[in-house]
Design a protein around this ligand. Structure first.
Ligand SMILES: [Cu+2]
Length: 394
């Protein structure tokens, strides 16, 4: 049995650094390059579930669970699993926690296992799931056992299914899109076709600059932490789902496991680019509180919304949102267009009061989530996004 591991929380904030702990950023281990996937009988992903002590933004620690790529530092959320539509995906899961756990990808078929006993550490006690990745989009993987407790206590992450023909303009293949040309809605294709066009029908167009680029995306996973319940469960209590939900009083509201300043300083969390570089944000809520993320400077287009089974539904009516609603387990892919904010002067040299880079916040409109530890503001579910400079074209 592995001993409990320590997840340092505010890795970018020097004041929290101690001599004995030097784990990398929670997000550093998240990206798995699909080009590196092993072939043959090897698993595509080798995951391990471990017990962790997580350092929070105020320096306190709480016991939680975490996924890791086997042999890598654990993280909350777990590593991003990236696959292609039609891939046969094999995932090995080993439970090195002191408690039994499961694994499930919501919205994919044959992608679940339950009741994995704590491992004895002999290397042969892995459980494998194997499934064929279907509809491109963003999916939750979770420990579906003891729901919702194990998930909220850290065992959640993103599976991203990429399209094989991800172009808005089909055969022309000039306008990349994170969904397949064959099944995306007409309006999704129109939007991605419009990116990078300076003029349309002789008129000044809405989205000059570059087309969306494959890989220009961010994952935002929201969660909440109730340290009292975390400690009670680590001490051996076994509340029912309804007891957990009734007694859940979160004191920390996280985005990619980070709060406030730590999130704003995390490069994987803070969308950055020039005007004319549209970015995809895959937003997900693993917790029990409903969130209402809100962005300054631009509006976002909601492209997909998960249904009750966790499958992305491609949207035909693409509304521009100032705020978008994220109930528990909701997944929405939204597009941040990186257009010139309407209050900017028409030329950079006229920007006397503020100069590039321009920083805009994303914060949740559920006000309690803007605090941590019962009142420390603004150290909750928020981050920045940054416009580095004026319009660039390809
Ligand atoms: Cu605001």
């Amino acid at each position: 049995m592995r001993r409990r591991q320590f997840l340092k929380y505010g890795s970018v904030v020097a004041v929290f650094t101690t001599a004995t702990v030097s784990l990398p950023s929670l997000l550093a281990a998240q990206i798995a390059d699909p080009g590196d996937l092993p072939t043959g009988d090897d698993a595509d992903f080798d995951l391990e579930i471990v017990d962790v002590d997580v350092e929070l933004i105020d320096g306190s620690t709480v016991p939680m669970y975490a996924f890791s790529h086997a042999g890598q530092p654990p993280s909350i959320p777990g590593p991003i699993l990236r696959v292609k539509q039609g891939d046969t995906v094999r995932i090995d899961i080993r439970n090195s926690s002191t408690k039994p756990h499961g694994f499930q990808i919501l919205g994919q078929t044959n992608a679940a296992t339950t009741g994995i006993a704590p491992s004895e550490g002999d290397g042969d006690d892995k459980v494998r799931i194997e499934f064929v990745a279907t509809k491109p989009g963003t999916y939750f993987y979770v420990d579906g056992d003891n729901a919702p407790i194990n998930r909220v206590l850290g065992l959640h992450g993103a599976l991203i299914v990429e399209p094989t023909n991800g172009y808005a303009d089909g055969a022309a293949r000039k306008k990349p899109m994170p969904y397949p040309a064959g099944s995306a809605t007409a309006n999704m294709k129109s939007l991605f076709t419009a990116f990078g066009e300076a003029t349309i029908d002789g008129k000044q167009a809405r989205f000059p600059g570059k087309p969306w680029q494959a890989g220009r995306e961010y994952v935002w996973i929201f969660n909440q932490i109730d340290p009292v319940l975390c400690r009670r469960i680590a001490a051996g209590e076994n509340p029912s789902a309804s007891e957990f939900q009734e007694q859940f009083h979160p004191r920390y509201f996280t985005i990619n496991g980070l709060c406030g300043m730590d999130a704003a300083h995390d490069k994987a969390t803070c969308p950055t680019g020039h005007v004319g570089e549209p970015a995809l944000i895959r937003s997900m809520n693993a917790g029990l509180a409903t969130h209402s993320p809100h962005i300054h400077g631009n509006h976002v287009f909601v492209l997909t919304q998960s249904n009750a089974n966790g499958v992305p539904v491609y949207q035909q009516d693409l509304f521009e949102h100032d705020v978008w609603l994220m109930p528990p387990m909701m997944i929405k892919d939204v597009l941040l267009p990186f257009t010139t904010p309407p209050d900017l002067p028409p030329a950079p040299w006229r920007m006397v009061q503020e100069k590039y880079p321009l920083q805009y916040p994303m914060h949740c409109h559920n006000e309690i989530s803007q605090t941590s530890a019962g009142g420390s503001y603004p150290m909750g579910l928020m981050t920045d996004w940054e416009i580095e400079g004026p319009l660039v074209t390809s």
